[in-house]
Every structure is written in structure tokens, then in C-alpha cells.
Design a protein around this ligand. Structure first.
Ligand code: C2E
Ligand code: MG
Ligand code: MG
Length: 313
């Protein structure tokens, strides 16, 4: 799986390479990317510069949003669904979000991309149930580069236009937000909270993970990064860190979710550590809206409740 991801990213990367990348470097990638080859025919079909391609993709709705359900380990009910941006260009392989989100952060398109994902996800999930109480918590990633008063305006107008209830929306931020512009970030996040949305600290354990962020930020949920979940089975120190974060969350009254759960062994271990919320390929892959909606209610929920009841601590 890891290998496949790396290979795909390597093949598509030239499509988003920096506009200033030299011709030699582009040609070096040419064999792997349709449109960057050396033949006369392919030269005539030279692709648009990367910034233009991404801008067009956003404007022409070439992007889509997939949704990955999250589950409670006790009882197996869903406890949310994460919106994940996808790009399937008509003329080449799909482009990984880690690649195009980073490109958008560099070329100034992240505001447009972020606003589009937020609007699309809220509008879609709002239709999943007439009863607000029955709607899942919808988690949307927010890049540190989106932090601005303008995003607060986008957030308020999206909630109003889509009718999505603020208390069911969770914005996922990373601690990078506080490192880049701490004062602005705290001011903006307080405004989001005033609108009623929830805040999650994503990828916890990968950056500086300063505990002071947890006291400064009005966080509702901590998401333990998948690299910790993958390492904890073979590494006692990582397991101790995961256990500590889970117990810290309990002491702070903050939900803790473990990301990247791929095996029964990981699920059993997390459950034994007292982790009550999980997300990962074992339970549900990111999927199109209609599939994700039915997954929230059906088989994966039942599957996890069986595992949970066998190993509940
Ligand atoms: P993230 O927010 O931490 O999202 C979770 C990532 O882990 C997703 O990758 C998901 O497909 C993947 N994942 C879920 N379960 C498993 C598992 O069991 N094993 C493994 N190995 N991976 C798992 P994806 O969709 O490729 O997204 C990667 C990152 O791109 C996201 O990480 C997020 O940082 C960013 N991203 C995606 N969509 C958006 C967006 O709309 N806006 C922003 N700003 N960033 C986004
Ligand atoms: Mg996330
Ligand atoms: Mg994450």
C-alpha cells in the first residue's frame, strides 16, 4: 500500500511541479507523465502550467470529496466522517491530496480549494438526514495557510447557505497553525468556536506536539497520528506515548481518536488502552458520498462492535 502510494505520487508530481521547475527537470519526469514526453505530438499537447490546472480543476469541479467514517469502539456507532479532497483529472492518474494541497498552499489557491471542499461537504452531508441529531459529525481539514478573518466569513456563510448545523461541523487543524501565526490563529479559532463549530487537533504526535497547545486551544478532539498507531505494536515507547495521550484526553475531557487503524491487532491494543474512537482502512476506506452514507449505518459498525465487545477493558 505504502509502495503504491509513493509510486503514484512520483508519477503525477510533475503535473504540479513548481512553475519555475527547469525544462531539464520536467523532461526527466516526462517518461512517467502523459503530456510531458518528448514526441512532437505530446509537445503540441503540452499541459497547462500547474497553477492554471489546479485553478481550472477547482472552477470546473474536477475535484471531488470522499468521506471516511469514524467509529466508537464501544457499540460500534459512527462518531464522525472525515471529508477528504480528491482530484481525478480527465487526462492522467489521480493526484494525491498531499501533493495538490501542498501545491495549493504554495500557489495561493488554498483559500479557493478549502472553501470549495467546505461548501461541498456541508451541502452533501446536510442531505443525509432531516433530523439534525442523526447527522454525523462532519470533519473538514483546514490548512494553516487558510487561517484568516476571510475564512471566518466563508465559514459563517457556508453554514448559513447549506443549513449544515454548526455543532455537527468539526474543523481539523494541525499545530502548524499556531507556529506560523499564533495570535491570528487563536483569534480566528475563537471566532469559529463562537459560531458553534468543534475543533480537532489532527496528526497529533507528528510535530512539536507541545502540551501547551492543548491548554491554549479550545480543542474538542485529539486525533492521534497514524504513524504512532502503526509503530505502537513494535515499539514500547510509542505505545507508552499513545497510552499517555489517551489518558490525557480523558483528564482534559477531550475526545481522542486513533487514525490509520489497519489491523485487528491495532484495534484490540487501542481498545485495551481505553481509546474509544477509531478511523482506518480496517473499518472503512474513504468512499464516495453515497457509499460512505450507507457505511455509516451498516456493516462496519457491526463488525467493530463485535471486536469491541470481545476486548473491551
Ligand atoms: P489527514 O487529514 O490526516 O487524513 C487522513 C489520511 O489518512 C487520509 O489520506 C486517509 O485516506 C488516510 N487514511 C485513513 N485511514 C488510513 C489507514 O488505515 N492507513 C493509512 N495508511 N492511511 C489511512 P488522504 O486522503 O490521502 O489525505 C492526506 C492528507 O491530505 C490529509 O491527512 C490532510 O492533511 C490532507 N487533506 C486531504 N483533504 C484535504 C482538504 O480538503 N483540505 C486540506 N487542507 N487538507 C486535506
Ligand atoms: Mg484530517
Ligand atoms: Mg491526520
Amino acid at each position: 500500500m505504502e509502495h503504491m502510494t509513493l509510486e503514484r505520487e512520483a508519477r503525477v508530481f510533475p503535473a504540479l511541479a513548481d512553475d519555475s521547475l527547469g525544462a531539464r527537470a520536467l523532461l526527466a519526469h516526462g517518461a512517467a507523465y502523459p503530456g510531458l514526453g518528448m514526441s512532437a505530438a505530446s509537445a503540441r499537447r503540452r499541459p497547462l502550467p500547474p497553477t492554471e490546472r489546479l485553478r481550472n480543476a477547482i472552477e470546473r469541479e474536477e475535484l471531488s470529496v470522499h468521506y471516511q467514517p469514524q467509529y466508537e469502539t464501544r457499540g460500534g456507532r459512527h462518531c464522525g466522517v472525515e471529508a477528504l479532497a480528491r482530484w481525478f483529472p480527465p487526462d492522467c492518474e489521480s493526484i494525491a491530496p498531499t501533493v495538490f494541497v501542498q501545491a495549493a498552499e504554495k500557489n495561493g489557491l488554498i483559500d479557493a480549494l478549502g472553501a470549495w471542499v467546505l461548501r461541498k461537504a456541508c451541502a452533501t452531508v446536510a442531505t443525509w438526514n432531516r433530523n439534525i441529531e442523526q447527522l454525523p459529525i462532519l470533519c473538514v481539514n483546514v490548512s494553516p495557510r487558510q487561517i484568516s478573518p476571510a475564512f471566518c466569513t466563508v465559514l459563517a456563510s457556508t453554514l448559513e447557505r447549506t443549513g449544515f448545523p454548526a455543532e455537527r461541523l468539526e474543523l481539523e487543524i494541525t499545530e502548524g497553525i499556531l507556529i506560523e501565526k499564533p495570535d491570528l490563529a487563536l483569534e480566528c479559532i475563537s471566532q469559529w468556536k463562537r459560531l458553534g463549530v468543534r475543533i480537532a487537533l489532527d496528526d497529533f504526535g507528528t510535530g512539536y506536539s507541545s502540551l501547551s497547545y492543548l491548554s491554549r486551544l479550545p480543542v474538542d478532539r485529539i486525533k492521534i497520528d497514524k504513524t504512532l498507531v502503526h509503530r505502537m505494536s513494535n515499539d514500547l515507547k510509542t505505545a507508552a506515548i499513545v497510552r499517555t495521550v489517551i489518558s490525557l484526553g480523558a483528564d482534559l475531557g477531550v475526545d481522542v481518536l486513533a487514525e490509520g487503524v489497519e489491523s485487528e491487532a491495532q484495534l484490540t491494543m487501542l481498545n485495551g488502552m481505553g481509546c474509544r474512537q477509531v478511523q482506518g482502512f480496517l473499518l472503512a476506506l474513504p468512499a464516495r458520498a453515497d457509499e460512505a452514507k450507507s457505511m455509516l449505518a451498516s456493516r462496519w459498525g457491526r463488525r467493530i462492535s463485535l471486536v469491541g465487545s470481545t476486548h473491551a477493558s
